[in-house]
Write a protein that binds this ligand. Sequence first.
Ligand code: FES
Ligand SMILES: [Fe+2]
Length: 320
Amino acid sequence: MSASHPYPAGWYRFRYSHELARGRLVAGRFFGKPLVGFRTERGSAHVFDAHCRHLGAHFADGRVVGDELRCGFHGWRYDTEGQCTQIPFTDTIPNDARVKAYPVRERNGTVWFWHDSTGAAPGFEIPDVPEMNSADWKRGPIHREVVRAHIREPRENAVDVAHGPILHGKSFPLTPGTMAEVRGWEEDAERKQLRFELVNSIGPASRAREVVLRFELVGPGHLVMRSDLPIEMLYFVPNTPVDDERIVFTVATWVKRSKLPFVDSALVRLAMFNFLRGLREDYVIFDKKRYLNDPLLSDADGPIARMRRWLSQFDPRPLP
Ligand code: FES
Ligand SMILES: [Fe+2]
């Protein structure tokens, strides 16, 4: 990994929705910048640069008052657009009294903010994922950790089929002599979505069977994976860069409600355990690797170059 590639523009997870209660203010550090997120008393979520325009206090030392953010140092108040609306003991507000408010969307149980290092406006939207908004499904365990990796690494890793038997050979029961196949590649150029299937063959050669993991990406920051094994479930993997070197890697699970909730929750925990065991093997590599802009690919590699081309559309371009 190295800082050789810019941050792709897109929607990124700030927090899960349930972590940002009404009137709550939380600090975050993403894209090398201190940020704050808050939810107004009326219920809308917002993400700002963290430092007050006045004398630079961190908003985490302030609080939410009604639908505004009040700095804890001298009490300047900002509306949800980041515009200062009130300064104690004066009626005059300096012209430049505003802070950066990022575009925010709340979808799929998640507070998203739009990041484009050129400052360009959102170029696409996050669609509703049916399972994550259905009463027939419920949220299972969530995992999160900070991992040393460029934001591109985990996306490329999904289609990097040649590393499966070598790196994950012990933790995943791949049929000997096989590696995964990527099938059904489908790009939606307008909505910035990408779908494909990762098909593994598991078990001994005599009784091999296919296991399919269905991927759905929306921009660089939103990824959903659907699986039927061991039960019908969904992995939600919205990664956000912390800085040039690290990302917050989170995995949330959703599972279809059934008549046997205890069995389901045990199976989801087992699926998550296996998933994380595989991821940890990747993390070991990510931790010391460099991100090469010019890798030397061979015929054995999966569609890594194709994934890179898809991701490249989100590289920031200077505004015309
Ligand atoms: S630093 Fe925020 S009001 Fe003074
Ligand atoms: Fe992997």
